[in-house]
Design a protein. Sequence first.
Length: 552
Amino acid sequence: ADSTASAAIVEHTFNVQNLTLTRLCNRQVITAVNDSFPGPRIRVREGDTLIVHVFNKSPYNLTIHWHGIFQILSSWADGPKMVTQCPIRPRNKYTYKFKIIKQEGTLWWHAHASALRATVYGALIILPRTGNSYPFPKPYREVPILLGEWWNANIVDIQNEALALGRGPNISDACTINGWPGDLFPCCINQMYKLKVERGKTYLLRIINAALDNQLFYKIANHNMTVVAVDACYTNRYVTDVVAIASGQTVDVLLTADQPIGSYYMAARAYASALGIQFDTTTTRGVIVYDGAPPSTTPLMPVLPAFNDTPTAHKFYSNLTSLVGGPHWGPVPVKVDHKMFVTIGLALQVCPSNTTCQGPFNGTKLSAAMNNQSFVSPTGLSMLQAFFFNVGGVYTTDFPTKPPVQFDYTNASINSNLPLLFAPKGTKTTKLKFNSTVEMVLQNTAIVGVENHPMHLHGFDFHVMAQGFGNYNPDTDASKFNLFDPQMRNTIAVPVGGWSVIRFVANNPGVWFMHCHFDAHLPIGLATAFVVENGPTPATTLPPPPADLPQC
Ligand code: C2O
């Protein structure tokens, strides 16, 4: 059959503007799309072209990112501010246009400028082409579950204040399910997400972690879930009673309403693997109500893992495997052209003497780095424009392939003497030949804090070869690589005090951001970028920017 015949053009308009909402006994003005929170749900089929006209009626500089979309030859539509575009200024517009090729499942979109993604986000669901089906039984209904965070304050102000003082931002006032905190929070008895189900039916929950700075555990009382996809990549079916989901990730599960007629809470709480820093202990919940359940029933509550239950998180994160031979499965790259060993973690900066600093130590500001390089966005011209128009001085291509010194990365007790404590700033990238293969060892450090960083790569899915705790050892750990059915993702939660190894093929020209998906770590430098050169043919060459690309 001619499958391209079914491809459609799906068009949306995003009006981004102020919206006043009441949550947690408090009226708050937020930035939202089309007066909805979470924002509009986009549904496309694989092969479709998506066109979104974004009108910035907000007071802030704005961009929108389509998290997980490959953007094949459409890097101009990827969205990270100053990486692929200058921001859409207030009272300006930009049209994002791209084709969705060879991926299906659950992704999402969010603002990619300042901290606006706290409230500017929504689901992006990619269905199989007409005539194609899921590699699992067709669910009775599909239900997006967007996990987020809520602040009783203006989030952009909160982030600016934290950056000015050189400390981390205040933690959120609540986590949310589809925008609702749930009845454990004050004034929220009726601010709870409710899902009605029919006994015996199977539902596809498309779970998205849109939280700014939290990894989460998600659980439903008395029900197992069967994972069928993560980050829009099909997995072998994996039955679990708890989902661990890092900021940026998605997990698709089948849920069968196979319990006695009644009501059951779904709940989420932070998996805060960081040691010695403030963490969020609150629980958001929603309720699943079976058709026919008496209105008076008290729902059953699931027992969530403890906030620091790393074994449970690691079991979930490491037991998933790809569905080999599934519709968009890609073979594991065997030959590696670029080997990189990259430390990721917090760092420090010295405060200018005339400022009030509230960094972790006297006279310091919080910073973050990859291989001791703290990423700074350019001003004036985006990196992608610099790439396309061959303009020098915007970025350099000397991102190091290893840290400047080797030491015990996971031992926090020697922090004060660490050579990586103060990281220089720069806009360092790695230049890659078209179609070359990259292997990255991502090694968490224990500098300043011990954390589990969710690392997100734009433009590509990567294979997760192996993950572990402690320092990565090339002599022994390479033998643990899964060369057969490793999970594919666009965001990896690198284990706390540990490492992950990923591989990807740089088969798409453009500039591709890679960063920690904790919003608190992005503006302080936990980022780098890949510059992928054009291929040999017009069909592998980045076309010129659209005429309405915002200028700085
Ligand atoms: Cu979901 Cu660069 O982000």
